[in-house]
Design a protein around this ligand. Structure first.
Ligand SMILES: C[S@@+](CC[C@H](N)C(=O)[O-])C[C@H]1O[C@@H](n2cnc3c(N)ncnc32)[C@H](O)[C@@H]1O
Length: 293
């Protein structure tokens, strides 16, 4: 934005209101108070020859030179965010004072997923009114909670094989309902094993799940069997042809092998690489083929 865009022209407004053209005079130009700003830099990458502070300072200097905005680190009007991952940079302006990654959740388990990531996984699934959305390895239910808050015309079922996780899901569901003034959250919680779900064939439209990475929960070795059974069971409950799955995992090696094995049931539509607390993970968007289970 050029500096002139920050100036308020009294004549321009008058000419708009009266439809009369008046020649602008320097004395009639009143500067609007320039905003204060800060630059916040988040950075992931091994080979950078600079620090996050360097980036924020350089970028802030350029904004100041161009727009003459004043720096205020503690209470800025505008917070410019630089997200640097390896060789790419994303520049944005913060719309909320604090990060929303803990919204709607009050009970956190050892692998609680950020609400913001849960929300974006659900968006990828393209949920339609009336869809049944299932998270069969739900932990504290962050995915289903985001779903029930933001896609209120669909139904969300979640479960985990740990009883304590189910209790957290129920607490989070009730908390999110209160926070968002939703009297009856369209979300149910079960205790189950993903390898043997108590659900009918073709009964679910969408599976969205954050699968064990094999680090804090389970092990890389156990993932071979778990992912195999889970992908098979997800294919059984998911509707042929229209069903889809959005699965987050860090174990792309096992996932790739298992998807190869079940290519008659799942078609890999896309794989998005994301960063979770410094770990690279993959979000798979899968489409259920027309092949009957
Ligand atoms: C990465 S965590 C999910 C975390 C969750 N998204 C959250 O925000 O709390 C994976 C979950 O899968 C569950 N899990 C592992 N094996 C399972 C199985 N056989 N059946 C059901 N759940 C299982 C674990 O108990 C764990 O809660």
């Amino acid at each position: 934005m050029p500096p002139s865009a920050l100036l308020y022209d009294k004549n321009q407004e008058a000419s708009l209101q009266n439809n009369v053209s008046i020649n602008a005079h320097p004395n009639n130009v009143i500067p609007i108070a320039t905003p204060t700003f800060r630059v916040t830099c988040n950075r992931v990458g091994k080979d950078h020859q600079f620090t996050s502070m360097d980036c924020a300072a350089k970028f802030g200097g350029a904004i100041n030179d161009l727009l003459h905005w004043r720096v205020d680190l503690s209470n800025p009007d505008i917070n410019v965010i630089l997200n640097i991952v390896e060789n790419s940079i994303n520049i944005s302006i913060a719309l909320t004072g604090a990060s929303l990654h803990r919204r709607n959740i009050t009970q956190f388990g050892p692998t609680a997923l950020r609400s913001t990531i849960a929300y974006n996984m659900l968006r990828l699934a393209d949920i339609q009114n009336g869809d049944i959305v299932c998270d069969p390895m739900a932990g504290g239910g962050s995915i289903s909670v985001e779903g029930a808050v933001n896609w209120i015309s669909s139904f969300h079922i979640c479960g985990d094989n740990h009883h304590a996780a189910g209790l957290r899901s129920v607490a989070n569901r009730d908390y999110a309902g209160n926070q968002n003034n939703i009297r009856s959250m369209a979300m149910d919680v079960a205790t189950w094993d993903v390898c043997c779900l108590p659900l009918r064939r073709n009964s679910v439209d969408i599976v969205v799940s954050d699968m064990p990475f094999g680090k804090r929960i389970g092990s890389k070795h156990k993932n071979w069997k778990l992912y195999d059974h889970a992908l098979s069971e997800m294919a059984r409950i998911c509707r042929c042809s229209s069903g889809r799955a959005v699965l987050l995992t860090q174990d792309s090696k096992v996932m790739t092998k298992v998807l190869q094995q079940y290519k008659h049931l799942w078609k890999r539509r896309h794989c998005y690489w994301i960063n979770i607390g410094g770990l690279t993970a993959a979000v798979y968007l899968l489409l259920r083929t027309e092949h009957e289970y």
